[in-house]
Design a binder for this molecule. Structure first.
Ligand SMILES: *Cc1c(COP(=O)(O)O)cnc(C)c1O
Length: 368
């Protein structure tokens, strides 16, 4: 077992050591994805408690065994209605969804086209599928099209384009219209991971790719703007039946605990309704404020990427901010490409103007 320690030593040497830690409770959190503050919302808490009282703490089995409840079916149909799509199917997390959906759709004879900055769960889904995966430069539609025209693509029996909608580490947006156009011209499926878009963007917070084209699938998570846990994949009705029969992470894992479903149902009500509108206005007003004050020229999402470059330096700055009571996690490879370590700053609807002022002054003090 010598290699365990050796490998850890190597990780430390590169400044890439990771460990869990307890952050002082009085620090201000600027790295959560709880964009609307719903994880502490009274009605979401109530939804979780009610569900646990009625159905217990665990679901006891996978959905296809005995782990299905009316609440799950209701959540799926409400999601489909809200998104105006044929169907929605629940997964235990976004990670489960990506490692289940991609291998369910694609196999050895197929080709996947994946953005260079796609999330690790998409990367893992592609690997598990055994399909040939071609990586296109981040958001580079010209590069993507040249790959779609290429020999490997022509020989494929199926093609899948996969992208994030709001990129989780960069905070920028995929060119969904161009991707839809390419997908239809080259007869490909388009799979859009909306983990950082649902709840905060689009009509009633539905995300950026609401309309249901035949070849379009989208993923949303409950763990981020919904303040709960779990995920959903939207598409046609036949897609749902297909995934329930083919996606191994759906079939072979105990379904979500009732409290998570209860919380997600309550969060969905808020997201769709007038309070959701209000929270989104507050969120975007905070986003604009941070963008202006820091002169960042970002702000198309609540995710700000402050490039540092060096991994150790990034962690040093993160530590220094924490001493000021500002919690911003440093992000290093392999989460982001080599040499692009950064502070990933996220803004929430629940941050006060005073807290944002504190953030700005701490960040500015870094230069002094
Ligand atoms: C967070 C994230 C996931 C994973 O979702 P979980 O529900 O946290 O497992 C998938 N894709 C993207 C783009 C993400 O940011």
């Amino acid at each position: 077992m010598f290699f365990l320690q050796e490998s850890l030593n190597e990780i430390k040497k590169q400044g890439l050591w990771r460990q869990t830690r307890l952050i002082p409770r009085d620090s201000i959190n600027f790295c959560s994805n709880d964009y609307l503050g719903l994880s502490h919302h009274a009605r979401v808490l109530h939804g979780a408690l009610q569900a646990a009282r009625r159905y217990g703490t665990g679901s006891g089995a996978a959905r296809l065994v005995s782990g299905n409840t009316d609440m799950m079916e209701i959540l799926e149909s409400e999601i489909a209605q809200w998104k105006r799509v044929g169907s929605a199917v629940l997964f235990n997390s976004g990670y489960h969804a990506n490692i289940g959906v991609i291998p369910a759709l694609m196999g050895e004879k197929d080709v996947i086209f994946s953005d260079a900055l796609n999330h690790a769960s998409i990367v893992d889904g592609c690997r598990l599928s055994k399909a040939k995966t071609l990586i296109y430069r981040h958001n580079d539609m010209g590069h993507l099209e040249s790959l779609l025209k290429g020999r490997v693509s022509q020989k494929a029996s199926r093609r899948l384009l996969v992208t994030e909608s709001v990129f989780s580490m960069e905070g920028d947006l995929a060119s969904l219209e161009d991707l839809k156009d390419l997908a239809s011209r080259y007869q490909a499926f388009l799979y859009v991971d909306e983990a950082h878009a649902v709840g905060i963007l689009g009509r009633k917070g539905t995300g950026r790719s609401e309309t249901g084209a035949e070849n379009l699938l989208t993923l949303g998570t409950f763990g981020k703007a919904f303040g709960s846990y779990g995920a959903f994949v939207c598409g046609s009705d036949v897609l749902k039946k297909y995934l329930m029969n083919k996606a191994r992470s759906f079939i072979f894992s105990t379904s979500l605990p009732p409290a998570a479903i209860g919380a997600s149902l309550a969060a969905l009500k808020i997201v769709r309704g007038p309070e959701g509108e209000r929270l989104r206005r507050e969120l975007w007003s905070n986003v604009d404020l941070v963008n202006q004050e820091l002169g960042l020229d970002q702000g198309t999402s609540p995710i700000f990427s402050i490039r540092i470059g060096d991994a150790r330096e990034t962690m040093r700055i993160s530590e220094r901010l924490l001493r000021d009571g500002i919690h911003i996690q440093g992000i290093r490879p392999p989460t982001v490409p080599e040499g692009t370590s950064r502070l990933r700053l996220t803004v929430s609807a629940t941050h006060t103007v005073g807290q944002i002022a504190q953030l700005i002054s701490s960040l500015k003090a870094l230069h002094s």
